[in-house]
Design a protein. Structure first.
Length: 306
């Protein structure tokens, strides 16, 4: 079921498979700090064509904790791609050096392209604006761990829902569960893309679009905040116009439910004020820490099986 499987889109996973990953991650949490030997002798290749902090280092740490090794690049200028080598040739060669490939690339569909070439499993760590499935596994795991369930919650996504791949993948992931209400809160220019809206409608999910967080915050159990994806704007002037258009601070939180949790895939820019970090609502650093057990679980399932 999991062994040798490519991880390209969160849509390829059933609800039961996601729960299986969560249960495995929960077991991994107990072993954090130890070096296991589940992936002894295995090599994970990390190919990052775009900046990363959490994703690259948590994959690397997860692999280390499982007893495996990593080969890694995060600066394209230091690879033969700078000499004109194609992505396809690079993948073909790295495939021979490793047992699994994690790739982040600015081109939509790059991970799928790599998976079509490589014999080893390929994990999508972000392909342009399109998807970021392992981030969604972490996001859903955090909700599952903190709230004890994913069903029957009112979930709000705030921010750049147009260019943000973490938000897009999370919407697709949430479709696997029985949501109560889905609030999509963004400036009008950054609303979900048509194909995402079509998926929601196809699944019969009712969603509420608004640009006013304070209007709906008192009905939200989980608020997922994202930054405006400046690097993806075709027109820098458009970014300048929209930037700073939303911000969570203590004054906004007076509208919050008592047990609201705030998540964010990070990095944050200015959309969550630092004063929020010390409130009971802030779960984004906890969420980042779950990157290790969740990626350990996934790597184990993909490389060693169940
Ligand atoms: C996200 C990404 O790269 O899409 N970062 C991450 O992996 N945690 C979110 C972002 O960059 O805004």
């Amino acid at each position: 079921m999991f062994k040798d499987r490519d991880v390209i889109s969160i849509r390829d996973f059933t609800r039961d498979e996601l729960i299986k990953i969560f249960n495995e991650a929960f077991k991994m949490e107990k072993n954090i700090g130890k070096r296991l030997d589940i992936l002894k002798d295995k090599v994970l290749a990390l190919l990052f064509f775009e900046p990363s902090t959490r994703t690259i280092f948590s994959f690397q740490t997860a692999m280390y904790r499982l007893g495996g090794e990593t080969i890694i690049f995060s600066d394209v200028k230091k690879t033969s791609i700078a000499k004109g080598e194609t992505l396809g040739d690079t993948i073909r060669v790295i495939d021979g050096y490793s047992d699994c490939i994690v790739i982040r690339h600015w081109i939509e569909g790059a991970a799928k392209y790599a998976a079509d070439i490589a014999e080893s499993p390929v994990i999508n760590a972000g392909d342009g604006t399109r998807e970021h499935p392992t981030q969604t596994m972490i996001d859903l795991y955090t909700i599952w761990r903190v709230k004890g369930r994913i069903d029957n919650l009112n979930i709000g996504l705030l921010g750049d829902l147009k260019y943000g791949r973490a938000a897009t993948s999370l919407i697709y992931g949430l479709l696997k569960f029985n949501l109560n209400k889905l609030y999509l809160i963004s400036p009008a220019e950054l609303k979900i893309r048509d194909e995402v809206g079509d998926s929601l409608e196809g699944a019969g999910i009712k969603y509420i679009e608004t640009n006013d967080l304070t209007d709906v915050l008192d009905d939200i159990d989980v608020l997922y905040v994202t930054r405006i994806q400046r690097e993806r704007f075709p027109d820098p002037a458009e970014y300048e116009r929209i930037k700073g258009s939303y911000r969570i601070d203590k004054s906004v939180l007076k509208y919050a439910k008592d047990d609201l949790i705030i998540l964010h895939p990070l990095p944050r820019v200015d959309e969550i004020s630092y004063e929020v970090d010390e409130t009971k609502y802030a779960y984004y650093f906890k969420q980042a820490s779950y990157g290790i057990p969740v990626r350990m679980a996934l790597l184990k399932l993909v490389m060693a099986g169940e």
